[in-house]
Design a protein around this ligand. Structure first.
Ligand code: COA
Length: 149
């Protein structure tokens, strides 16, 4: 494990591996097309590699002075080892430098570990979007969380 994570901008060459990890760690994963569209849209898309292997990735979208965290993931074997924290701190640092004042995100109420992760970094619930996500049965709300940068 390297002491300083090796963050690099996500490129088209990363997409298959990112999508494969996404499918492992999310119940309703983004598709390769979703990641490709994010790259094409110019969103802030990052990967972290360890010994050449994908370890983490994230996508944020800047809207005026707010940065929206659209997706973040850590490979299963590196979860709960601080890599998500490193990625989130990296993203917040970039957002601050770019003059962003808040980071926003949406999360499923059923994704308890992600909620615990975000709360650990002082994200607070600011609202709910009813029936926002498809779910196994019907739809699921989104919790909207925000953190001042
Ligand atoms: C959410 C995710 C990115 C967190 O990354 P991570 O590298 O595992 O998290 P870290 O090790 O940096 O955790 C930092 C802190 O967050 C909290 N946290 C993280 N995972 C947690 C869990 N499973 N349960 C409770 N708290 C958790 C803890 O306070 C932790 O600090 P601690 O380990 O010292 O107690 C990772 O679990 C993941 O990829 N999940 C699947 C994809 C996903 O759900 N993404 C979010 C979509 S909205």
């Amino acid at each position: 494990m390297s002491a300083v994570p090796d963050f690099a901008p996500m490129t088209a060459a990363d997409l298959e591996e990112v999508t494969a990890v996404e499918q492992l760690i999310q119940d309703f994963p983004w598709t390769l097309g979703n990641f490709r569209d994010s790259l094409a849209a110019g969103h802030d898309c990052w990967v972290c590699r360890e010994a050449g292997r994908l370890a983490a990735f994230a996508v944020t979208m800047r809207v005026v002075d707010e940065d929206h965290l659209l997706d973040i993931g850590v490979v299963p074997e590196r979860q709960r080892t601080g890599l998500g924290r490193e990625m989130l701190e990296f993203l917040c640092g970039r957002a601050r430098q770019a003059g962003m004042t808040r980071m926003l995100l949406e999360v499923r109420p059923s994704n308890e570990k992600a909620i615990a992760f975000y709360q650990h970094f002082d994200f607070a619930e600011i609202g709910r979007r009813r029936g926002y996500y498809p779910a196994r049965e019907g739809r699921e709300d989104a919790i909207v969380m925000a953190k001042t940068l």
